[in-house]
Design a protein. Structure first.
Length: 120
């Protein structure tokens, strides 16, 4: 059985599902069938936004304003676009293995990530 919830706040939609494999299937279906939307899997949930909107795009806009290095920390598939554009990407030891493989650092805490950025 799959349970779904819809959160609506300023046109941000998210579905929570029971299992991550079903979340991936639905994410792929949304991305294939709805060209104006982009779905991002968040382990067993799906975040749906207007195509072209992602954490990565937000970071790129921020970099224009601050003209400085950036770091991002996340724990799921919806963070992959962010990992591609930041200077330092972090995830947690508890994150899925394929997420860990797509970051620069795997840490136990945000505090550990901050310490690494300060050292660099």
């Amino acid at each position: 059985m799959v349970t779904c919830r819809l959160w609506v706040f300023k046109k941000i939609y998210s579905f929570s599902l029971i299992e991550s494999t079903r979340a991936k299937e639905i994410t792929d279906e949304i991305n294939n069938d709805y060209p104006v939307l982009h779905a991002f899997q968040n382990v067993n949930a799906i975040d749906i936004v207007k195509r072209g909107c992602s954490k990565g795009q937000g970071i790129l806009k921020l970099e224009v304003l601050i003209s400085d290095e950036t770091a991002g920390i996340g724990d799921s598939y919806n963070d992959l676009e962010m990992f591609k554009v930041v200077d330092y990407s972090f995830t947690f030891k508890t994150s899925p293995q394929d997420i860990q493989q797509q970051t620069t650092f795997v840490v136990s805490s945000v505090k550990e990530a901050v310490a690494i950025v300060k050292e660099e």
